[in-house]
Write a protein that binds this ligand. Structure first.
Ligand SMILES: [Fe+2]
Length: 417
């Protein structure tokens, strides 16, 4: 947004100009799908207008360089055996035994945890892998669960039981304590206006984070073509921005207007980037600032700024530059540290026989968890500490999350989590 030119306004004039400025504010020319040419043009324009941006000091408490196993680039990894843990036959038998034990208890599904789903030999290995998420490279793939050998209900229980060793807390993702989400193209059964997130389409998903500490995705089926799952170290992206665009670090560390898409309140303000103890934490989803398909950015809330639009693109294109594509197979579970790793996926094509279908859990492990910045405490409380275990709901079939419904699709408001 171009600043309103004014010299020494009086209070009255200032008020009028504030109104004029607000009514004249408009959303920058940016959409969900990043446009490299527009990004480069915006960068050139902003730096031409103010070359001193490059001299912006880092905000207080933000490190000049992150050094950690969490700082990596896709090209650093040579072979998937570096991040893939292969389950052997005896471990799969142990998982099968744990499922039978859980059934014998005859308790609600939400009670599935380390004590009700015993894995005496695999359990300690999974606990080590959980530590790897929080203080190692930040991701791994567990390969492979025999999806076709189990009913939908049982494979979901196995997924939840195994995952309880990675993070004992499950995050609520949807209304009525839904702790399991389905990621699947629903455009054949739902009108476009009902869909507000790319998770329910075959569209490309740009680099972003979800909510919560750890995201887990479990492939019930992969796409006939495309759909590669991609991850990228936000700590690597951070180091690059510090070196090349410290002004964008400042922009990211200041409050942004998050659209709640008709929620109450209609928007929330918080930064996207935090420095807490010796950790950098980033939490953002581009669609909250640009809208997507049936859920356009709300008109009545403040638009984002030109600096914020540039920062969104800078994050995306740097994440893309350093990304690692995961060879996600049917029956694989991937776990990633959502506080330090972006994720994305390529567009894909389904066929009648092969339709991409993932399950998702948002996990947290209190033994390994990082200290959270203040603005994330309340959303984390809602995610992990509000619903009781017995209330946890594991939808067996895909449904569109309230927060991801298009405005034309449902009367209920989007609750941002
Ligand atoms: Fe996501």
């Amino acid at each position: 947004m171009a600043p309103v030119a004014v010299s020494q306004p009086t209070d009255i004039l200032s008020t009028k100009l504030d109104k004029l400025s607000l009514s004249g504010s408009k959303q920058p020319d940016i959409s969900y799908h990043p446009d490299e040419a527009k990004w480069k043009a915006r960068t050139a324009r902003r730096l031409a207008e103010d070359p001193s941006l490059l001299d912006t000091p880092l905000p207080t408490g933000f490190p000049a360089l992150l050094e950690s196993p969490l700082v990596w680039e896709g090209k650093d990894w040579k072979d998937e055996s570096q991040w893939t843990y292969n389950l052997n036959d005896s471990q799969l038998e142990e998982i099968d035994g744990a499922l039978k034990h859980f059934h014998s208890l005859n308790v609600p599904q939400g009670r599935i945890n380390q004590s009700t789903f015993p894995l005496p030999t695999l359990g300690p290995i999974l606990r080590d892998l959980s530590r790897e998420l929080y203080s190692g490279r930040g991701f791994f793939v567990l390969r492979t669960l025999p999806v076709d050998d189990y009913s939908r209900e049982d494979i979901i229980l196995i997924y939840a039981g195994v995952s309880s060793y990675i993070g004992s807390l499950r995050g609520v993702q949807d209304r009525d304590a839904g702790v399991l989400a389905h990621i699947k193209d629903l455009t054949e059964t739902h009108p476009a206006k009902a869909i507000g997130a790319p998770a329910y389409t075959t569209d490309k998903q740009v680099f972003h984070t979800d909510a919560g500490d750890v995201i887990s995705l479990f492939a019930l089926e992969t796409a006939a073509e495309g759909g590669t799952s991609r991850i990228s170290s936000s700590w690597r992206v951070y180091n690059e921005l510090v070196k090349t665009r410290p002004d964008l670090i400042k922009t990211l560390s200041e409050p942004w207007t998050h659209d709640t898409y008709g929620g109450d309140p209609p928007f929330r303000n918080r930064p996207l980037l935090f420095s807490e103890e010796d950790k950098i934490i980033i939490q953002y989803a581009r669609r909250i600032f640009t809208g997507f398909l049936g859920l356009p950015r709300s008109q009545e809330i403040p638009p984002i700024t030109e600096a914020q639009a540039e920062a969104l693109d800078a994050i995306h294109f740097l994440a893309e530059k350093y990304n690692l594509g995961l060879n996600f197979q049917k029956g694989d579970i991937q776990y990633i540290n959502n506080l330090s790793i972006f994720h994305a996926r390529d567009a894909f094509t389904d066929t009648a026989e092969k339709k991409r279908h993932l399950l998702r859990l948002w996990l947290r492990d209190e033994d390994h968890a990082w200290k959270l910045p203040k603005p994330l405490e309340e959303p984390w409380q809602r995610l992990y500490y509000t619903a009781k275990e017995d209330e946890h709901r594991f939808p067996q079939q895909p449904e569109i999350r309230s927060a991801s419904k298009g405005k034309g699709g449902a009367a209920e408001g989007g609750k941002y989590v």
